[in-house]
Design a binder for this molecule. Structure first.
Ligand code: SAM
Length: 331
């Protein structure tokens, strides 16, 4: 078995629980009875269409539902419909005994609320990273594992950049796994912007990496406005998954206004592998206004702001996509 096959074997089991959660929730909600349907057809029960699409993309990646050629309608094959819809179906068993009884007892020892079901009904209840990381202990626990997880992909991301020639801005850069890799590989300085609870506990870095307490959604908190710093490029790694979708375009526009030559967007993108939608779904349940994007959609946004996509491809196997946009004029 190769190293890549070993990683895939681990991932198939490690992340299988997300697909399972998506299926068991669909069974519990009896949503299969309503197919074929587009997410907009389900808005009486689920007001956030993007959340529904992310949920169904996760089911589709496991072969449970199909996306019709109109790009909107989700459906079941005849055999799936026999098993998953109607009264006393297999879905009733999955949504009843497995979702409501077995899973909570095995996973947490008590019957807790299903967050996906709750957020589907009430998308406004999501608190996002800022609310979550108001608790410094939560931020520390999250970042220590995120940092470990990003060290490997960081090297590949740094290698894929369009030869940085100056300072780089890493928005939502966490403990700086990616910033450190870029600084080391290209011999340049990198500024990381993230919440105070995150940067305050980051492991020490050498002088090439600087941490700034700020908000990616508020350019006035970026170092550019206070220090008149010019950046050659910007990195957004998992930031699109972590902020409302309505902010994506504005954020790229703000970076364009600050004269960056290139932008690298690394994230879970719909169609970007077996686990891409599943990981989007994990973010979608706690990030307010989360919007899943395909790499085509991200590239179209980059183009709107004058950046020509020069490379788009997988970074973490079956999970993430890195797309890089470059422009010739920064005026
Ligand atoms: C999944 S982590 C990714 C961290 C790092 N970019 C990486 O690739 O390892 C998402 C990061 O985005 C940060 N984040 C989310 N919303 C943010 C915002 N509005 N402003 C600054 N950082 C934000 C979180 O605190 C977290 O560190």
């Amino acid at each position: 078995m190769s190293l890549a096959d070993a990683a895939r074997t681990i991932n198939a089991t490690a992340y299988g629980y997300i697909s399972s959660w998506a299926l068991l929730t669909a069974a519990e909600q009896r949503v299969f009875d309503r197919l074929p349907a587009a997410s907009s057809d389900l808005s009486d029960t689920y007001p956030d269409a993007d959340l529904v699409d992310t949920w169904f993309h996760t089911l589709a990646a496991s072969g449970l539902v199909e996306h019709e050629s109109d790009g909107d309608t989700w459906s079941l094959t005849d055999d799936m419909a026999k098993l998953l819809s109607g009264d006393n179906s297999y879905a009733d068993y999955l949504g009843g005994q497995i979702m409501q009884q077995m899973t909570p007892r095995l996973m947490s020892g008590s019957a807790e609320q299903n967050v996906l079901a709750q957020v589907l009904a009430d998308p406004e209840s999501r608190r996002g990273y800022e609310g979550w990381f108001a608790d410094a202990d939560e931020a520390h626990a999250y970042q220590s594992s995120q940092y470990a997880g990003s060290l490997g992909p960081a090297k590949a991301l740094a290698a894929a950049l369009p030869d940085p020639t100056g300072r780089v801005l890493d928005l939502g850069g966490g403990w700086g796994a990616i910033a450190r890799a870029i600084a080391k590989r290209h011999g340049i300085d990198v500024d990381v912007v993230d919440f105070a609870t995150v940067i305050d506990s980051a492991p020490p870095a050498d002088s090439t990496v600087t941490f700034h307490d700020g908000n990616a959604l508020d350019p006035s908190t970026w170092p550019t406005s206070t220090d008149s710093v010019r950046y050659d490029g910007a990195v957004l790694s998992y930031l699109f998954s972590s902020i409302p979708g309505s902010e994506h375009d504005r954020l790229l526009g703000a970076l364009a206004d600050r004269g960056v030559r290139w932008i690298a967007v690394h994230d879970f993108m719909v169609g970007g592998g077996t686990w891409a939608a599943a990981w989007s779904l994990q973010h979608a349940v706690f990030v307010p206004g989360h919007t899943s994007r395909s790499s085509d959609e991200v590239n179209a946004m980059l183009q709107r702001h004058g950046f020509t996509p020069v490379s788009t491809g997988p970074l973490v196997d079956e999970m993430t996509t890195l797309t890089v946009g470059v422009r010739s004029s920064t005026e």
